[in-house]
Design a protein around this ligand. Sequence first.
Ligand code: SF4
Ligand code: SF4
Length: 272
Amino acid sequence: GIKMKVFVLDTAICNGCYSCQIVCKDEHVANDWTPIAKPQPDTGQFWLKMTETVKGTVPKVRVAYRAHLCMHCDNAPCIAACTVEGALYKREDGLVIIDPLKCTGCKACVDTCPYDTIYFNEGLNLAQKCTGCAHLLDQGWKEPRCADACPTGSLKFGEESDFKELINRAETIHPEYAPRVYYLNLPKKFVAGTIYDPVRKEIIKGATCTLSGLSNKHEKLTAKTDGFGDFWFEGLEVGTYSLVIEAAGFSTKRVDSINTEKDMNLGDIPLS
Ligand code: SF4
Ligand code: SF4
C-alpha cells in the first residue's frame, strides 16, 4: 500500500545551522515545479522557517531552535476552507499540496492555518507553502531537500511505519489537527539563579538547591551551585515550584510561587 510520510524533528540535536531553510529556498525560489508548486518569490516567504527562541533573561539564557513548516495535517483547516474543489488537497502519502493551476488566489485558506505556514504570492496571485518536495519524491527522492541537507540528523523525513519508535516519544503542536510533523525534545522550562553572600560580596559555591513542585507530580530535584554560584534546573514542566537553598554557615532560604509559564531566571539571591 501507499506509505504515509512524516517529518520527525529532534530539537535536541539541531544546532541552528539553517541548512534546511537555505536549501528550501534553493529548491523553490525561481524554480517552477508545477503542478506541485510554482516558484517561490525571492523574498518574504519561508516554507521552512528556522525559529530561535531566547529563553530566560541575561545572563541565564538558552536559545532553542525549531524548524517550522507546514505540518501536513490529517485534519487540515486549510483544506476545509479552500473554495475550489481540488485546489488544496492531501496526497495519498499524506502531504498537503496547493495546486498552483487550480488555486484562484481567493486567500480563504491563508488565515485558517493554525501554524501560520501559508504565504500569499501577490505576483502570481497564489497561496503557497511547503510541499514536502513532493516533486522530488515523485522522481524517486527518499526525502525533501531540508532533510537531505540536515548535517546533524535532526530533521528526518520518511515512512510513518519506520518512525514508530520515535513518534511514540514525540510531541506535536496542536495535536487536534493531526499534524504529520513530530518533534522530539521540544524545550521544557528551566529555573536558574545565582547564590551569593552579600556581606563578603562573593558568590557561594556548593550551596544545595532543592526544587519541589506544589502539584506533587514532581519529585524533589536537587542541584549544587557551581563555581559561579549558579544553579540550573532544566527540563521542567510548566507549573508552580518552591526552592529551598541551604549552605553551611547561612540560614536556609525559601523561594515560593516560582511559575514556569516562562523560563525563570531568579537572578542573584542573597543568603544571610
Ligand atoms: Fe494546512 Fe497549515 Fe496544516 Fe499545512 S499546517 S496542512 S497549511 S492547516
Ligand atoms: Fe484554495 Fe487558493 Fe483560495 Fe487558498 S487561495 S483557498 S488554495 S483557491
